[in-house]
Design a protein around this ligand. Structure first.
Ligand SMILES: [Zn+2]
Length: 292
């Protein structure tokens, strides 16, 4: 239920928890916030990518988690995605914003495009994709076999909030599209890139899966924000993608990406008044373990 008595202080489950909202993104997003507190969290799946960095934006308590660890030492396929989402939920976050860098698969999605996908395609190969993998947790509990639907993998409310936030900053976003997630750390060959384009997919990245799916399994709201840093190999005619180019474009856009993220944080509903499919993703099924 919404707290109508004091809208400045969103009520709901765990309203005294350290965080309400999680943002999975690097230090460029929180380094200038006042009073950032570092919090180390462990999980049954091992440690997350880094400490959580707790700060406040527009009266909302936010936990930032550097996806690749500080110093960016974790490649996409080595990220402990399960620990990351678990850690965010364990400190109270129920809504997660996941910005990431992607390659554009269409000429019109050039560097600097902000695309808010509504679908993903999984082309990863070696990642643990689920909390329901049948293996016992360290405390001996064994997860049940649970099948969660990713038919619409992103939070519809979070998507609208992010789209509004971008428009409010005069950064017209692309509303919808398919994020194809590849294993990495290599970029795509031209043949792969042309194939991705031919399928009608929009952007290609390395971290969107299993992040969104794991959030869904924990009944978290998850919204992906993809920032195009380059045209993928099949969509351009030059030398292909370089890591330097990606970093340069990301740095050039980090300020406005942060503005959009912060406005989105302010615009997300209170955790206790979430009203979207994410909140019932398990459909009442017993996961076999207690959600954090
Ligand atoms: Zn949701």
């Amino acid at each position: 239920m919404a707290n109508t008595e004091n809208p400045q202080s969103p009520a709901g489950e765990r309203s005294t928890a350290p965080a309400e909202i999680g943002v999975i993104g690097g230090s460029g997003l929180y380094s200038f916030l006042d009073d950032v507190t570092e919090l180390r969290v462990d999980t049954p799946y091992g440690p997350p990518s880094d400490s959580l960095f707790l700060g406040e934006i527009a009266g909302r308590r936010v936990a930032f988690l550097p996806r690749h660890g500080r110093g960016h030492h974790l490649p996409p396929h080595r990220i402990n995605y399960r620990a990351n989402l678990w850690a965010l939920r364990s400190v109270g976050a129920r809504q997660v914003l996941g910005p990431c860098a992607v390659g554009g698969l269409r000429p019109e999605y050039g560097p600097g495009t902000l695309l808010v996908p509504d679908q993903f395609v999984d082309r990863t190969k070696s990642r643990t994709q689920s909390y329901f993998d049948g293996l016992p947790l360290p405390d001996g509990t064994v997860p049940n076999v649970v099948h969660v639907s990713p038919a619409d993998p992103y939070c519809p409310v979070g998507r609208e909030v992010v789209l509004d936030a971008a428009r409010g900053r005069a950064w017209e976003p692309v509303d919808g599209g398919t994020l194809v997630v590849v294993e990495g750390p290599r970029f795509s060959t031209r043949a792969e890139s042309l194939w991705h384009q031919a399928q009608g997919w929009s952007v290609v990245g390395m971290t969107g899966h299993p992040e969104a799916m794991l959030a869904r399994e924990l009944e978290l709201c998850y919204t992906s924000l993809t920032l195009v840093t380059d045209l993928d190999a099949g969509a351009e005619t030059g030398e292909g993608v370089s890591h330097d180019e990606v970093l340069k474009v990301f740095a050039a856009n980090v300020d406005r990406l942060r503005d959009v993220l912060f406005d989105a944080v302010a615009g997300l509903p209170a955790n206790g008044s979430r009203d979207c499919l994410c909140t019932t993703a398990l459909g009442g099924m017993d996961p076999g373990f207690e959600l954090p």
